[in-house]
Structures are given as C-alpha cells and as structure tokens.
Design a protein around this ligand. Structure first.
Ligand SMILES: Nc1nc2c(ncn2[C@@H]2O[C@H](COP(=O)(O)OP(=O)(O)OP(=O)(O)O)[C@@H](O)[C@H]2O)c(=O)[nH]1
Length: 336
C-alpha cells in the first residue's frame, strides 16, 4: 500500500500543440512507473483517448466538452478515485486537457479535491513552436496560461530551431522553465521522479485562482465549436484532399481516422490538421475500419462541412484506385 499521495500532472496547451504526442511519449518511456491517464477530448469522438489507449495501464476518457467547465467536479473526483485505488498500483496520474481548456480552472479543481490519495503534481503547458506567435495574436489569453505552468514544453522544435522563441516564452511566462522538445520527447523524470529535477507544483495564491469578480471569465472555448463526421463507407481520397485544401480559415483543427478502402492501402489513415499543417499517420486498424473525424474551429458552418464530407463518401469507381490515393500518400511522411 502506498502512503505518499499520487501526483496528478496536468498536460495542457492549445489545440494541436502536441499534448497527446507528449503523453504517449511519457507512457512509452516511463517504464518504472505505472501511469493512469484521464483524457478530456473536446469533441464527442474520443480521438485522443483512442491514441493513448494502447499504451496505458489505466485510461479513462472524458469526452464532449472541456472538463474545466464542469459545474460539479464529481465526475473528475470519481475518476481520480478509481485511478488512485491502492489495488491499481498507479504511481502517477496524467490528465490530458482538451486544447481549449482553461488551465487555471483545472488547477483549481485539483486543489479542491479532498481525496487524500492524490496531490496536485503541477501543470505542463505544451506550446506549438511553429504556431506560437499566430496563436498568441489570435488569443492573447494564452499568455496567461503560460504563467500558471510549472514547466513549458516548447514542442515541434524539429520544425523550428530559434533561440529567440525560448527567450520570448520565458518572458511571456514570467520566467517559467522552458524545455524544447520534438514530438513531446521530454525526460519523464522531469515529471515523475522524486528529487531535484521534478518541478514541484508552485503554490498558487488565492488571487491567482479566483474568478474575476463582477464579469464572466471568458473561456477560450466559448468561441469554438466542434463538428463530428462519421462514415462507414470509405472516402474518396482525392475528394477528401480537395476538401482539406479548401478548408475554411476558421477550421483550426481536424483529427481522426480515415478509411479510404483502396486495395493495398486498407490500413488506418489518422488525419491531423493544425492550422495550415496537414498529415496522415498510417497504422493498422485496431477495430472495424471507419472514418471518424472531429473538426474544431470558430464560425464553423456545420451543415456545409458535413455536406461536403458526405460527398467524399459517395460511390465512385475511381475512388478505389492507386491513382486516387497517390496525392494522399504525399502527406504520409510519418516520423520514425
Ligand atoms: N513535426 C512535428 N510534429 C509534431 C510534433 N509533436 C506533435 N506533432 C504532430 O502534431 C499533430 C498534433 O499532435 P497531437 O499530439 O495530437 O496534439 P494535441 O495537442 O494532443 O491536439 P488536441 O488534443 O487536438 O489539442 C500530430 O500530427 C502530431 O504528429 C513535433 O514535435 N514535431
């Protein structure tokens, strides 16, 4: 039986910054630790939960809306309680927040927990090095998120090697430690090992954590909507690519498995778009094939998007050919 409370580490960061990638890295590299994960997806389809499910000792999905807006925290408390049961033998719990969550509210929820088996273990903010300035301009409140962090992971360093941005983030975050990383590959010891290297969660003051008096505290996700698209009929690769190339400016994030059903390419194509970024990650299906997409953005015309995606699933003999899928393969250069 463990006597030390189990640390609960929050992993937050704007849409597509690399939170799931980082959590997966932690799961595959923290071999001496049993980690329990709670994944909070914004959309109803739990794409992130699926992405970590294969790696983890215990995983609980929380779909459909940001956890930070839960009026009562009973759901979260129950999940923490389940993961912290001594029989589970869990050493650390990681909560992957949705890309639109308010870290302050999540920290407040954890600090309010009366479960003696857990303790707030700190906030890791994942930052997309490529999109940092653009996202900051669009959402100035992201600066404030960084100030709550115990550790800032400057992710996608493989795409941008610029010491200036480390300095900028240090400044914006009031001097929080910044660790550059590619594909979330940080040393798990930064979060889980006892001792000097672990950034002990800062003591946040009551002022830090209280809601602003007198007016509604604007949440990032107030402006955002999500649309879900499912199809059990394979999609036409070229039509989907045309849709993706012309996607509306407000559609910042798309993710989920796509089934093209092309002979020789029957595997799963996990679509990822983040701003202008577009990639497919290929892997075998771990269940029946089918397209399940979540679209997240501002000012989305759900009917129009769903109509255009449904048109990609309309039968067409040309769809199942090598020629049709070739343009998609150009976006499949997965990292090793
Ligand atoms: N080049 C590059 N791509 C990365 C890196 N980290 C993540 N990605 C890619 O960025 C995309 C989004 O990564 P995720 O880990 O799903 O991002 P997320 O923050 O969990 O996304 P949301 O939960 O939707 O907010 C995926 O295609 C990743 O493979 C990185 O360091 N470098």
């Amino acid at each position: 039986m463990k006597s030390e409370p189990i640390p609960v580490v929050l992993v937050a960061g704007y849409l597509g910054s690399g939170k799931t990638t980082l959590v997966n890295h932690l799961l595959t590299h923290a071999r001496d630790h049993r980690i329990g994960v709670i994944v909070n997806d914004f959309g109803r389809i739990n794409v992130d939960a699926l992405a970590v499910a294969g790696q983890v000792d215990a995983m609980l999905p929380m779909g459909n809306g940001c956890l930070c807006c839960a009026v009562d925290t009973a759901g979260l408390d129950r999940m923490l309680e389940r993961l912290a049961e001594p029989g589970q033998g869990i050493d650390a719990i990681v909560i992957e927040a949705s890309g639109l969550a308010e870290p302050r509210d999540l920290v407040r929820m954890l600090l309010a927990s009366e479960n003696p088996r857990i303790a707030y273990g700190g906030l890791v903010e994942v930052v997309d090095a490529v999109e940092f300035e653009t996202n900051r301009l669009r959402h100035p409140e992201l600066d404030e998120h960084l100030r709550f962090a115990d550790l800032v992971v400057l992710n996608k360093a493989d795409q941008r090697d610029d010491p200036g941005i480390v300095e900028l983030i240090r400044k914006v975050s009031d001097g929080r430690p910044v660790v550059p990383a590619s594909f979330g590959a940080i040393d798990p010891g930064l979060l889980f090992d006892a001792g000097e290297r672990r950034p002990v969660a800062r003591q946040l003051s009551f002022d830090d954590l209280r809601h602003e008096d007198g007016h509604h505290h604007e949440h990032l996700h107030d402006a955002y909507g999500s649309v879900e698209f499912s199809s059990d009929t394979p999609l036409h690769p070229r039509r989907l690519l045309a849709f993706l190339t012309e996607r509306p400016a407000g559609l910042y994030r798309m993710k989920g498995p796509v089934d093209f059903g092309v002979p020789g390419h029957e595997g799963r194509f996990l679509l990822q778009t983040v701003g202008p970024y577009l990639r497919f990650h290929r892997s075998p299906w771990d269940g029946p094939p089918g397209t399940r997409l979540v679209l997240i953005g501002t000012g989305l015309d759900a009917d129009d998007l769903l109509r255009r995606l449904a048109a990609c699933a309309e039968p067409d003999p040309e769809a199942r050919t090598e020629r049709a899928i070739l343009p998609v393969l150009k976006y499949c250069e997965d990292h090793a």
